[in-house]
Design a protein around this ligand. Structure first.
Ligand SMILES: Nc1ncnc2c1ncn2[C@@H]1O[C@H](COP(=O)(O)OP(=O)(O)OP(=O)(O)O)[C@@H](O)[C@H]1O
Length: 293
């Protein structure tokens, strides 16, 4: 198994601290979701992880070897992003041939099958592709290169709902055929929630959450019932958000519940990753500072 390690990575642009002492470990048999609000530093991190830009401090290593200026290790990582690295005048077939020169062992059969499935003509010129097909082509490359770490930065940009579904199912198929690491940076949390095994939340350049999805969801509790009972039950717990529906109150708790007695009037259930993300990254008005607690 290969391990990709990000150690103490920091990056500033001008006076802005975009990444602050980021430490992460990726195994090559998991699908990671990299979540964060706009400007959180996700693309910067992915670019540093592929040596496209340099960290101010810190290191990125694969199996304990620094990746910078290390072609053997860089050949194990592929980043798909909205940045267009390919000449507009080249055909898709030419770009595939060039990609194979860099990464070797390109899965032509898969690329051909996917091109047919998505109705993409590989003799087209790259510069003539629509936004959606530009993404589709780059996704086909990402699934067909023989790397251990596939980094996808906003992979479904411009894809319609049908094409997004098709892509997610192909990703799962490809992963089960050849387990490797996928690191998916996206704002479409609901769409990837069932796909990812681990979730990483980046907030203002710092890692706020880094855990298996299963563990994270097990710590989410929505506590529903009459206002005063809910407030009493959740006193002292980590309430990260709330809703009021008339006299009914929902408090959203993140963390382990202790053995306190649940009143008959109050019900507990879990809530989803998207809601958790919204609460944790403070997109919910008043979520953090609940004056009633
Ligand atoms: N080359 C650059 N020069 C100056 N500032 C930059 C540069 N690249 C990124 N930034 C800034 O760094 C911050 C993080 O940007 P980044 O693109 O990494 O965030 P992100 O999480 O990918 O955001 P989004 O979800 O909006 O794509 C932003 O404030 C951005 O303006």
């Amino acid at each position: 198994m290969s391990i990709l390690e990000v150690s103490h990575v920091s990056k500033t642009f001008g006076s802005k601290n975009v990444l602050q002492d980021v430490n992460l470990t990726f195994e090559d048999n998991k699908i990671y979701g990299l979540l964060g609000r706009n400007g959180a530093g996700k693309s910067t991190l992915l670019n540093i992880m592929t040596n496209r830009i340099f960290a101010d401090t810190g290191q990125v290593k694969i199996d304990s070897e620094d990746i910078s200026d290390n072609d053997a290790k860089l050949g194990l990582i592929f980043l798909m992003s909205e940045v267009n690295l390919y000449p507009n005048g080249n055909t898709l077939n030419q770009i595939i041939a060039d990609t194979e020169l860099i990464y070797g062992n390109f899965d032509h059969q898969l690329a051909q099958r996917l091109a047919e499935k998505f109705d993409l003509d590989l003799t087209s010129k790259f510069g003539k592709l629509s936004t959606g097909y530009n993404s589709i082509f780059k996704l086909i490359l990402a699934l067909s290169v023989p790397v251990k770490f596939v980094l996808l930065d906003e992979p479904v940009l411009g894809l319609d709902a049908n094409h997004r579904e098709m892509f997610y199912s192909e990703l799962i198929q490809s992963y089960s055929d050849h387990p490797r690491a996928f690191i998916i940076s996206t704002h479409l949390i609901e769409e990837v929630a069932n796909l990812i095994s681990d979730v990483i939340v980046l907030d203002e350049g710092r890692i706020m959450l880094n855990s298996p999805v299963e563990d994270v969801l097990a710590k989410t509790h929505s506590v529903v019932g009459p206002q005063k009972d809910v407030m009493a039950y959740t006193k002292g717990l980590n309430v990260i958000g709330h809703d009021n529906m008339g006299t009914i109150r929902v408090n959203y708790v993140y963390g382990d519940l202790d053995d306190r007695q649940l009143p008959d009037t109050v019900q507990l259930s879990n809530f989803d990753l998207q809601k958790l993300f919204i609460f944790l990254t403070n997109q919910f008005e008043g979520s953090r500072h609940d004056e009633n607690q």
